[in-house]
Write a protein that binds this ligand. Structure first.
Ligand code: SAM
Length: 197
């Protein structure tokens, strides 16, 4: 769990991370990967990426997890016409609170890893490694080049640390070249494709 009161942030509309649209790098996802199994979006917020993924992959169950009741309510409304989406108010780390509907094939990461305290990074790695079977994909954008005074969230995680944490469980491919992102985040993120060993 995190010390941030995420629910208050949503209630107070103090949500600068929320761009009201899916992450632009999702377009690259479609071109690069195929997978079997369900899709999980940890820390799905108001569900912009969830909705995009559900439309792009209509044959895959899609699960969004978020701590905040308000975010879950908004994401559920956004995805109300997509019956293969479920949005759960739960702690991503706590397997007693939620389980995926069927074996996951893809976890999409976008501003969840950077939102958890750095002390929880090993728990995040353990959780995604537990959820994904061999061959399953963890794909997403990670803040690796952001100025960070330590007062996050968000917290930056430089590539060497990311690699040392994920490499025991995942093969890591860094997307070469610029990927589309929000103007305010240009040059701050890396788009990574990780395959569960
Ligand atoms: C920076 S926001 C990003 C939300 C969304 N990905 C977006 O880009 O709009 C981080 C989100 O992670 C959620 N979150 C933080 N810790 C969590 C946890 N342990 N389990 C589930 N959700 C969590 C917060 O409630 C918040 O919605």
């Amino acid at each position: 769990m995190s010390d941030v009161d995420w629910e208050s942030r949503y209630q107070n509309e103090d949500t600068p991370w929320d761009k009201g649209v899916p992450h632009p790098a999702l377009e690259i996802l479609l071109k690069k990967i195929t997978f079997r199994g369900s899709i999980i979006v940890p820390g799905c917020g108001r569900g912009w990426d969830l909705q995009w993924l559900a439309r792009a992959y209509p044959d895959h169950a899609v699960t969004g997890i978020d701590l905040s009741a308000s975010a879950v309510r908004d994401a559920s409304i956004l995805c109300k016409d997509l019956p293969h989406v479920q949005v759960r108010q739960a702690d991503f780390f706590d397997e007693s609170q939620w389980t995926p509907p069927n074996p996951p094939g893809l976890i999409w990461e976008h501003t969840c890893f950077c939102a958890i305290p750095p002390s929880l990074r090993d728990s995040y790695v353990a959780r995604v490694a537990q959820l994904l079977p061999s061959g399953g994909l963890l794909v997403g954008v990670f803040f690796t080049n952001m100025d960070d005074d330590g007062s996050g969230p968000p917290w930056n995680c430089e590539m060497p640390e990311l690699e040392s944490k994920f490499a025991p469980h995942f093969s890591i491919e860094k997307h070469q070249g610029a990927h589309p992102t929000f103007a305010s985040r240009e040059g701050e993120e890396s788009l990574l494709f990780m395959t569960r060993k």
